[in-house]
Ligand binder design. Structure first.
Ligand SMILES: *Cc1c(COP(=O)(O)O)cnc(C)c1O
Length: 295
């Protein structure tokens, strides 16, 4: 399951002067998609090394990480439990949690205050379970960084600009460490999808120890995490129809919008080679059906 993967590099059709390619990690798996697959690879290996067969993790009610973890655990024959942020009543009709349940994940709904204390929750519920293995929200960990760093080895080594969207910054940290490991001249451009995304630089630095080839673009959050505007929704529609490639409103649409906007502002040289990492997360569209009603 974590050996052969399908993640081709495809050129976008409608940006013509610059060569813009997309690393299609969204095609790795519909449910263990994109960076969540990359992150889980070594987390599952660590659990198995420590002979733990019960993953315990954390996420919001529309978390791609929860679905990915549930699917990966079922395929590996592992038990899994998730602490879900929020009240059960607000989540009953949620498509993402339905998938989690189908894959056999046990859900523990947790109010926002207790949810903040992840280590205490784990301790409270699973101190007696010697098989329980703690996996942080979004899979953030050194193992996840290692998995994401492997993406660099699958890319050409003459890329000028590599783009990714960031929530916790773990994926970005992996990409940047891969760039340094291979001694590439590539600049990593990171689009935080939340407001005040400057903290991402420090998150990345914790793992990489340097960030001289990093550029953060903090003004493409569209109001904050999971927030959208009609402009972004319109962009998703146009992009998807033109490229035949789905993008999600929470992460990848903000990244592609940023690239489009930098391109329009002539940020790139015509000869620059640009790659965008499609981190997947397309199920995120399901929670946002209503925002597409107007168009
Ligand atoms: C989770 C997720 C991200 C954010 O990854 P981080 O490592 O937390 O920065 C980006 N894109 C998609 C599609 C995701 O599901």
């Amino acid at each position: 399951m974590f050996t052969d993967i399908y993640s081709p590099l495809q050129q976008l059709k409608h940006f013509s002067e610059n060569q813009i390619f997309v690393k299609r990690d969204d095609l790795i798996d519909p449910y263990i998609s994109g960076n969540k697959w990359r992150k889980l690879k070594y987390i599952l290996a660590a659990a198995s090394e420590q002979q733990k067969n019960h993953l315990v993790t954390f996420g919001g009610a529309y978390s791609n990480h929860l679905v990915a973890t549930a699917a990966a655990c079922s395929r590996k024959g592992l038990k899994c439990t998730a602490f879900v942020r929020g009240e059960k009543i607000a989540c009953v009709n949620n498509e993402m949690l339905l998938l989690c349940k189908l894959y056999g994940m046990k859900l523990i709904f947790t109010d926002r205050l207790s949810y903040k204390h992840k280590a205490s929750l784990f301790e409270k519920y699973f101190s007696e379970d010697s098989n329980a293995f703690f996996v942080d929200e979004g899979g953030a960990s050194a193992e996840a960084v290692k998995g994401c760093a492997e993406i660099i080895a699958e890319l050409p080594n003459d890329i000028d600009h590599l783009f990714c969207a960031a929530g916790t910054g773990t994926t970005a940290a992996g990409l940047l460490s891969g760039i340094y490991q291979h001694g590439l001249k590539t600049t990593l451009h990171v689009i935080p999808v939340l407001k005040g995304g400057d903290f991402i630089a420090d998150e990345i630095l914790k793992y990489t120890g340097r960030n001289d080839q990093l550029v953060l673009h903090t003004n493409f959050h569209f109001g904050g995490y999971a927030k959208t505007t009609p402009v972004l929704i319109d962009f998703i529609k146009k992009f998807t129809a033109a490229e035949g490639m789905l993008i999600d409103p929470v992460y990848t649409a903000k990244m592609f919008y940023a690239i489009d906007s930098l391109y329009t502002d002539r940020y790139f040289k015509p000869t620059d080679k640009i790659v965008a990492l499609h981190t997947g997360g397309l199920l995120g569209l399901l929670g946002m059906k209503d925002r597409f009603n107007e168009i």
